[in-house]
Design a protein around this ligand. Sequence first.
Ligand SMILES: [Mg+2]
Length: 306
Amino acid sequence: MPFTLFPDTRLALARDALAGLSVGDALGSQFFVPGRHPEDLAAGRLPPPPWQWTDDTEMACSVVGALAATGRIDRDRLALDFAERCEPYRGYGPGAVSILRLIRTGTPWPVAAASAFDGQGSCGNGAAMRVGPLGAWYADSTRRAAEQARASAEVTHAHPEGIAGAVAVAVAASLATRARLDGDRPPPDRLLGAVAAALDPAGEVHRGVRRAVGLLGRRAAEAADALGNGSRVTAQDTVPFTLWVAATHLDDYPAAIRTCVEAGGDVDTTAAIVGAVVAAHAGVGTPGGVPDGWLAAREPLPDWTP
Ligand SMILES: [Mg+2]
């Protein structure tokens, strides 16, 4: 049934997804510190705070800021926000740093984004890692979520797979949030099927999401083995597994994040993507949502975050 979402509600939903994203990012990145082991998390032993967030969170805060300011993605403004707010020590990849440096020094974003990787554009997971809150903002329309996710991706990711990764995550977050508003828990196969239907069937991200449907109910290690765990740092190698985890653990944030940590790979990014989608559905400080103690352990978000 059609319904109206007022801007304050959209922002509240996007902020829950951002909380899930940033806690997943910050906790996930703790497992790159020597001496930290996934078994500790499984046993309920959390790393000592504060948990510092990384590039995933910094860029996601800019996406939410852009939506809060104008209600839609203005690509020129978003590109500049990404470029001006980039703190390279936050774990940005070398490709991202060079694109953002070009934009900051006056190169138009279409030229900067197209210049990456010898003119093929980036198919990295950077556009997917920051987009979950945008999907929550557009809980009333997967079509709008997909279209605005594409706009948010294009400013840095010119490769079709890099864009498809962002569209897939945004559509998943939109559906997860919509289900929260409706009081439903979408069956995992239906959620993944709807995401796949929003993607170009010729693309690798699409094929990966379809493959993820066939792996539902299997062990996470088996799913990661078949789908990838982000260790190649591409959207194709990151997004299908993250959506498998989110669909499987949609009402259990701690279990979803533990699954990412145990699967290894690009853990801050897999946990950021999964965290955004699951928190969009399960909320913050709610049963199955982002635990209050985890949120308190996360470094505060930038002071310009809406
Ligand atoms: Mg990161």
